[in-house]
Design a protein around this ligand. Structure first.
Ligand SMILES: *[C@@H]1O[C@H](CO)[C@@H](O)[C@H](O)[C@H]1NC(C)=O
Ligand SMILES: *[C@@H]1O[C@H](CO)[C@@H](O)[C@H](O)[C@H]1NC(C)=O
Ligand SMILES: *[C@@H]1O[C@H](CO)[C@@H](O)[C@H](O)[C@H]1NC(C)=O
Length: 533
């Protein structure tokens, strides 16, 4: 009797973890259900308010457009598919954007607002809700700022802000140890905070909180999810840097030595596995560059993943604006001078020194008195100030002091002037993830001579129409040779290369971003429709 119950217990033991997992899953589902019920009233209130505002606007529009019925019809019809298939453009769900730091003002902001603008245009009846930790956001002020700063037009009435109050849980300073894990688990608390305010119909993270997205999937299996990844939380580069002995691979260079290094390595490896599992729960993944896509596919891609997993959606660059403001014609060719332009912050990793040495070599051989112009921001009270001093010294030692111009914190008008006057754009950083400066140079018709690595190699300076748009180099000698080749190009070939380069930047335009974004969103909208017949 005793023996048989003992055997029975033994048989059950292997099942225990499974039972435990099942229980955890069920309680998360229960929590999800509770959140949905809890935020139901707020949801209804938001929908009612947006609908009222929309009706008020369309009544106003209709009264001003009474005379021209046509105009109104055109507005109504834009956005429907030509094929006549229903494209769900009448979809009226709520898209939740998880973006705890809204006012940071960087490139990430531009992506968020451009994404919202594209979504609003494609689904005029949808509501875009932004979960933010910035409590001082005033919607109408923000709409104006976004218009002025980025030239992006947002529909105010269907944009909703939901204010998070637990943002401290995702600050790095909250976790002196095990920061990666701490911040990731902290983002679960912040996500809970968000869902308590409102459970969206589609949930999108645009700031790298993959754990929050996976959490959403477990709480609400029927809510399609997406992540726009700027940067993987952990990368194989980071793991490799632990073994680096040259001190060139960032702050963790060589940190893998000793017992502390061992602990760090196991912690990072374990985190990478967890991060990979988390990432695989997300329905639609977008990456901002080839570099990011490579890492995300490695970390998140399962065997099932198709070749379309982690599509590259380049962030919108101000290409259209530069194309309008900088002329590239036979006429403008006459105004271009022998100037090589390097736009980058004055920081060691940008390797201005490499460009100075290369330029000195080129300068020695060139008959035509070429010039080098370095434009960059200098963050005050940082080692940047000392760094630029050293660069000036170096230019003097190299004998190119008179040919080199340093310009700190230049306003846009000065940058624009140099984009019009210069012939070549360059960059010296090893493995730069992207380098928007290179895109700007290319859009302005400059011929790029860039480092043979990272984004400049993989994303930006790639052949167009089967022909090169610029040159890659690695050593000072190679850079000098490439500068020489540009100078030696026959004028009509150089002009043709400028035109090709400019044309190639159309994949970085705001319009290209909007198209790709909407395509990925359509997948989510369809999933939502399938889940809610
Ligand atoms: C992608 O995001 C990272 C991190 O913000 C940034 O360094 C990189 O330049 C971005 N890539 C593009 C294509 O903007
Ligand atoms: C550089 O200067 C030479 C001679 O002054 C000129 O022939 C050549 O076209 C210039 N190159 C560029 C890129 O402006
Ligand atoms: C700059 O480039 C040179 C040549 O490739 C390289 O040896 C050096 O380490 C680089 N410096 C930095 C700070 O990246």
């Amino acid at each position: 009797m005793v023996a048989s119950s003992f055997v029975a217990t033994l048989a059950v033991v292997p099942l225990l973890p499974l039972v435990l997992l099942l229980l955890i899953r069920l309680s998360i589902r229960g929590l999800g259900w509770f959140l949905q019920v809890k935020s139901r009233d707020r949801r209804a209130a938001i929908i009612t308010k947006v609908r009222q505002d929309r009706e008020a606007i369309s009544t106003r529009l209709r009264s001003t457009h009474q005379a021209s019925e046509d105009g109104w019809e055109k507005i109504e019809k834009s956005g429907s598919a030509d094929s006549g298939k229903p494209m769900h453009n009448e979809w009226e769900g709520i898209v939740g954007f998880f973006h705890p730091f809204c006012n940071a003002g960087g490139g990430g902001e531009r992506v968020l607002w451009a994404a919202i603008a594209a979504t609003q245009k494609r689904w005029p009846n949808a509501i875009c809700a932004v979960y933010t930790g910035d409590h001082d956001i005033d919607r109408s002020v923000l709409v104006t700022t976004v218009k002025v700063r980025f030239g992006i037009t947002l529909q105010e009435h269907s944009l909703v802000f939901l204010y998070l109050s637990r943002r401290r849980f995702v600050l790095a300073s909250t976790y002196p140890y095990f920061t990666l894990l701490g911040q990731s688990l902290g983002s679960l608390i912040l996500a809970y905070d968000a869902f308590q305010l409102l459970v969206p119909d589609i949930f999108i993270d645009t700031m790298g909180y993959a754990f929050a997205v996976a959490f959403c999937k477990f709480l609400f299996p029927k809510v399609p999810t997406a992540a726009y990844v700027h940067y993987p939380t952990i990368s194989t580069d980071m793991l490799e840097s632990l073994d680096d002995t040259t001190g060139q691979k960032g702050i963790n260079s060589g940190a893998g030595a000793g017992w502390k290094g061992k602990v760090k390595r196991y912690y990072w490896l374990a985190f990478a596995v967890l991060y990979g599992w988390v990432g695989r729960q997300i329905d639609v993944v977008m990456c901002n560059s080839t570099w990011t896509q490579g890492h995300i596919r490695q970390l998140w891609g399962s065997k099932k993943a198709s070749s379309t997993f982690g599509a590259i959606v380049y962030p919108p660059c101000p290409v259209e604006e530069l194309q309008a403001k900088v002329e590239v014609t036979q006429e403008s060719e006459k105004r271009r001078e022998n100037i090589t332009l390097y736009i980058a912050q004055f920081r060691p990793e940008k390797n201005h020194s490499l460009i100075l040495r290369a330029f000195a070599e080129h300068h020695k051989l060139a008959k035509d008195k070429p010039k080098l112009v370095l434009i960059g921001s200098v963050r005050s009270n940082t080692p940047d100030e000392k760094h630029i001093y050293k660069l000036r010294l170096e230019a003097r030692e190299l004998g190119i002091k008179d040919a080199t111009t340093f310009i700190c914190d230049a306003p846009f008008s000065v940058i624009l002037e140099y984009l019009q006057r210069s012939s070549v754009t360059t960059n010296g950083m090893y493995s730069e993830h992207f380098g928007i400066g290179n895109v700007e140079g290319l859009a302005a018709g400059l011929i790029p001579v860039v480092h043979n690595s990272g984004g400049p190699k993989m994303d930006i300076v790639v052949p167009y129409d089967g022909k090169p748009v610029g040159f890659h180099a690695e050593t000072a000698r190679e850079f000098a040779a490439a500068f020489g080749r540009v100078a030696a190009l026959p004028p009509d070939e150089r002009y043709a290369m400028r035109l090709r380069g400019r044309a190639s930047t159309k994949r970085f335009t705001e319009a290209a971003f909007a198209n790709k974004w909407v395509r990925e969103m359509e997948t989510l909208v369809k999933m939502h429709a399938t889940n809610h017949p």
